[in-house]
Design a protein around this ligand. Structure first.
Ligand SMILES: Cc1ncc(COP(=O)(O)O)c(C=O)c1O
Length: 405
């Protein structure tokens, strides 16, 4: 809960300006209790489901540990994410390996570790897993990721379930693979199906369509006992209406009733987004014709969502003000015109040194950060109850040179 007290912006019991004064800006701050609360909301909407938190949204070790302690399993899309989860203390049997372009090296690592299973995205990948499994003498459990040719109602960059998308196996090919699967002879066991039609889904209807396509295959191949419905539960970034997880549950549950299949969900954004803020400091106030630009010390290297997806995030000054609000643009210091954090936002008149919080950046924020313009990655702070701590220190210029030979 963010709110002003004595003119200062607090996140629950934490004075955000005080934290920023200690760790510097730009900095990310996450509320771990808030993330665990979102996990619990999903668990109550889908009591029968195993929740696999999607590490791509935010894979900070402190976040992984908190969600793991709260009962989450994990969805990894690279060897690096599996490595992070294992380093955070997650047992490999609680990690699923997904991703459209798994390399031999990554698959070898996952197979040797013994991850819970692998979501397969093509017949080529299935062949590769077969070869590696024979060589290693292991017998992994697999799920086929379907491409149900469903157009998710979301931004085109995050829609993944239509025929033109690179993700998943078309339904006819999946049926062919399942027809040919011989659990006695094949060095793997295909036990489930996986569908993820996109992120920030704006309607439940498309999810129902994808589910129906998956159920039609499950009816034909009874050895399919697990259904992973992916993530995609949306977040209201600036107060816009979005379907609730309860609305998704109400649409999905009747189709699953009476079936003996285990359900998996892979939420990322829903758990993490609202539980992260980015604090930036105003460096300059620039006026050009009728526009006011607040040039701040964080930009697309810290938060690329506005530049990449045209995403809109709310912005709050850390110091409350009764001054008249005027329209302004909050822009970063990076040498790109796309380096904008928020355009046309109503803010009180700000001055050099004022701090701003960019809201709902806990998912696809720090993880998508880059060191473009030789900018060190920012620190990440976690709030837990009444205490806070630095979970990742700020990179230094020296850090940026470390790998160069
Ligand atoms: C396969 C898969 N699962 C889960 C997710 C998490 O999605 P979200 O953060 O929208 O819940 C994604 C992200 O796009 C994904 O590609």
């Amino acid at each position: 809960m963010l709110g002003y007290r004595d003119g200062k912006l607090y996140w629950r019991t934490h004075d955000l300006a005080q934290i920023a004064a200690q760790v510097g800006t730009p900095c990310y701050i996450y509320d771990l209790d808030g993330m665990c609360a979102k996990l619990r909301t999903l668990q109550s909407a889908f009591p029968q489901a195993e929740i696999h938190y999607s590490l791509k949204a935010n894979a900070n070790l402190a976040v992984i540990r908190a969600l793991s302690a709260a009962g989450a399993h994990f969805d990894a899309v690279s060897g690096g994410e599996i490595f992070r989860a294992v380093r955070a203390g997650v047992a490999p049997e609680r990690i699923v390996f997904a991703g459209v372009g798994k390399t031999r090296h990554e698959l070898d690592y996952a197979l040797q570790l013994g991850v819970a299973w692998i979501n397969v995205e093509s017949s080529g990948e299935l062949t590769r897993i077969g070869q590696l499994s024979r060589a290693l003498g292991v017998r992994p459990r697999l799920a086929l990721r379907l491409n149900p040719d469903v157009h998710a109602d979301t931004h085109p960059h995050i829609a993944t379930g239509h025929a033109a998308a690179k993700f998943g196996i078309p339904l006819d090919q999946a049926a062919h693979i399942l027809d040919a699967h011989d659990p006695e002879r094949d060095p793997y066991c295909i036990e489930g199906l996986h569908v993820h039609i996109g992120s920030q889904l704006q309607s439940v209807e498309r999810t129902v369509e994808a589910l129906q396509a998956a159920l039609a295959l499950i009816d034909r191949f009874p050895f399919l006992r697990t259904l992973d419905l992916g993530g995609g539960f949306p977040v209201s970034y600036i107060g816009e209406p979005v379907p609730s997880v309860e609305a998704f549950a109400a649409a999905v549950q009747p189709l699953l009733a009476g079936r003996q299949i285990s359900l998996i969900l892979e939420p990322g954004r829903y758990i993490a987004a609202e539980n992260g803020v980015l604090i930036v400091e105003v460096q300059y106030v620039k006026r050009a014709s009728s526009d006011t630009f607040y040039v701040v010390d964080g930009g697309m290297t810290e938060l690329v969502r506005p530049a990449l997806y045209g995403a809109t995030h709310d912005v709050l000054p850390l110091r409350q003000s009764d001054a008249e609000r005027t329209l302004a643009h909050v822009v970063g210091p990076i040498c790109e015109s796309a380096d904008v954090l928020r355009t046309h936002v109503l803010l009180p008149l700000l001055a050099e040194g004022d701090l701003l919080a960019i809201l709902h950046v806990g998912a696809y924020g720090a993880v998508m950060g880059s060191t473009y313009n030789a900018r060190p990655l920012p620190p990440e702070v976690v709030l837990e109850g009444d205490s806070w701590r630095l979970a990742r220190r700020r990179q230094t210029w020296e850090d940026l040179l470390r790998e160069e030979i």
